[in-house]
Design a protein around this ligand. Structure first.
Ligand SMILES: Nc1ncnc2c1ncn2[C@@H]1O[C@H](COP(=O)(O)OP(=O)(O)O)[C@@H](O)[C@H]1O
Ligand SMILES: [Mg+2]
Length: 308
């Protein structure tokens, strides 16, 4: 696809260090995404897909390399610049939605607007309408179906009219026909509003709807594929041999409900004026990302995720 480069990833390496152990999640990744393009990243679990998205979304910083978005090297941004970047330029759609359970659909869409100081109820209603949730503004997340929750997550991602939508396995929790509708919504954002879309998926049917498919394996880009030719299947059961998985799963579930609670309390404290908008913006973002990471660990364990 010819056109303007919107996102340029240059020789990016990401090394995580936990408990003295180093994991190189990305081993020198370079790629371009053009403006208005829909790119799907595929690859087995652990290949570095989420890491790549998080670096581009400005959630985390690479160990080496550059990421240039609309001409700015975001790896040189300070915390404040990154916060603005995340709020204004990026809409992040999580696999597990990560909605605030104590807020209605409408309030969930208004939250990122408030964080940016641009609360706009009319626009929030319009967004909900556009994702097919007109009339359901006052429902709480748990009163919505899985497909509706995911569409709400898209409306939230679009709240601040970002140039780039990043979606980490946006159809992961949905059946295929619901999933296809969700992807159609993302495609519409690209076609009608020129938004650039970068998503990860395990599902070849979803990948075939993209303009371009990039295959990531073990932290390296293995190739680029014509979406129509995708029949790639991720091998099953690669993570079957985890001992004490119950214990780990229980720990993860505990952490998750703690975070959910923290998110609720944070929003309450913000509403009552105890917490500043900057504190809310930082923590809201961190909590949602942490929850996403924990939930994907849980999913890998095959323990399922009980919504509550
Ligand atoms: N916060 C982290 N700390 C340590 N290791 C991590 C962290 N996040 C991811 N990893 C590791 O980096 C590798 C890539 O993970 P990830 O980007 O989540 O892959 P994918 O999304 O393709 O499943 C995996 O080996 C994973 O265990
Ligand atoms: Mg992932």
């Amino acid at each position: 696809m010819a056109g303007n480069i919107h996102i340029s990833v240059r020789d990016v390496i990401k090394v995580y260090e936990s408990k003295g152990e180093k994991v190189t999640a990305l081993k020198g990744v370079s790629m371009n995404v053009y403006k208005g393009e829909v790119v799907a990243v595929m690859g087995p679990s652990g290949s570095g897909k989420t890491t790549l998205l998080n670096l581009i979304a400005g959630v985390d910083k690479p160990t080496a390399g550059k990421i240039i978005v609309a001409g700015d090297d975001i790896t040189r941004f300070n915390e404040n610049q990154l916060r603005l970047y995340r709020l204004e330029k990026i809409g992040y759609v999580f696999q597990q939605f990560n909605l605030v359970p104590t807020l209605t659909a409408l309030e969930n869409v208004l939250l990122p607007m408030s964080l940016r100081g641009k609360r706009n109820v009319a626009r929030a209603r319009k967004l909900l309408e556009s994702v097919g949730l007109g009339g359901k503004e006052n429902r709480f997340p748990e009163e919505l179906s899985g497909g509706e929750q995911q569409r709400l997550a898209i409306a939230i991602a679009l709240a601040n009219d970002p140039e780039i939508i990043i979606a980490d396995e946006p159809t992961g929790e949905l059946d295929i026909s619901t999933g296809e509708k969700v992807v159609q919504l993302l495609l519409r954002e690209s076609k009608e509003h020129g938004k650039t879309i970068l998503m990860t998926t395990h599902d070849p049917r979803v990948a075939r709807m993209a303009n371009r498919v990039i295959l990531l394996e073990d932290g390296i880009i293995k190739g680029e594929y014509e979406p129509t030719k995708i029949s790639y299947r991720v091998e099953e059961g690669a993570l079957g041999e985890i001992h004490a998985e119950r214990i780990i799963a229980d720990y993860l579930k505990d952490r998750l409900s703690g975070l959910q609670r923290e998110l609720e309390i944070l929003v309450e404290r913000f509403k009552s004026g105890e917490v500043s908008i900057e504190e809310l913006a930082d923590r809201y973002y961190e909590i949602r990302h942490l929850m996403n990471a924990l939930r994907s660990e849980l999913a890998k364990l095959g323990a399922g995720v009980e919504a509550h």
